[in-house]
Design a protein around this ligand. Sequence first.
Ligand code: GAF
Length: 381
Amino acid sequence: MKNELIKEVKSKFIKIFKNNPLLIFSPGRINIIGEHTDYNGGYVFPAAVDKGIAAAIQKSDTGKSTAVALDLNSKVEFDLNNLKPSKQGSWENYVFGVVAEIQNRNKVVGDFNIVFKGNIPGGAGMSSSAALENSVVFGLNKLFDLGLTKTEMILISQQAEHNYVGVKCGIMDQYASMFGIKDHAILLDCRRLKSKPYKIDFKNHQFILINTNVKHSLSDSAYNDRRSACENIAKLLEVETLRDATEEDLEKIINKVTPENYQKALYVIQEIIRTKKAAKAIENNDLEKLGALIYASHNGLQHQYKVSCDELDFLVDQAKKNKYVLGARMMGGGFGGCTINLIARNKVKDFAASASKAYKNKFNKECSVYFIELSQGTHTV
Ligand code: GAF
């Protein structure tokens, strides 16, 4: 699947631009636990996967730059000296944003052509955006000898998302996509950008994803709203981020915040603790415990942070009814996309079939089941 994708972008590139490109694969990610904690300076527990974006990129000598999104059958030509965001929601903002942020760091990028295609459905909550941004910055760094470190590259990708795409995201997605390690998840301290790899090789259990195939609108503005609510509460508490606060600290300002925002901050404080506990559970091979933490994470996302939706809640309820699923929760920003499920290997087929059937009956639409492999981060191929 990945190889076919790479072959396809290569041959399309050669057909359009008549020279040989540099080929890059940049993965999407899952996240075991630690949702909406990254921009609060907390911990997350993601892993890069075998699905992502394949990009073919090369210098251009025609005096202009071109980007081609094969999935969308869309092509834009642009002038590197006159970059500004396109209308909100345009895919080219991911490309323009990365170039502009490189330029902001006084690095010189020359004209280039890029052709890309992905195999993560948009809106799945698996970070196709970060994968695309990382593929662009990684490719340009190589082509133009920019001398950027991987950490600088992910900060560029993140800024592109803030300033060109308009989502004030944390660093989890870009980090996981860039630094992923085969067969491992990464416990990431988002403040220090320090991570610890955990080999994931449960004997009798595995993670699977189920995509609701919905993405409710307003998710970007809801995301930014939550981020600023968290920042405001951190200010009230006189701490840098909610990572530095405890439940007791929060209780002291209970009268100064709305009950809704109180619950959101409480969720973040509790989720950071759950994430660290999840790492311990994996160290101890205690999958029951890990599963319980994953269910608790969903409960917080649904009732306290309020970023879930009926479709995600329904799939998590289906998981709860099945004793072979140890834990399930919504994954990523929310309002649609996938659930992640920790399930007994020999029961995957049964659960996938019963959950899919129930989902179809309830919503009159299909969900999709994804099997994933934990894979290496952004790389040339
Ligand atoms: C999105 C963001 F891009 C991440 O930074 C993170 O906040 C996530 O939502 C929620 O955990 O994927």
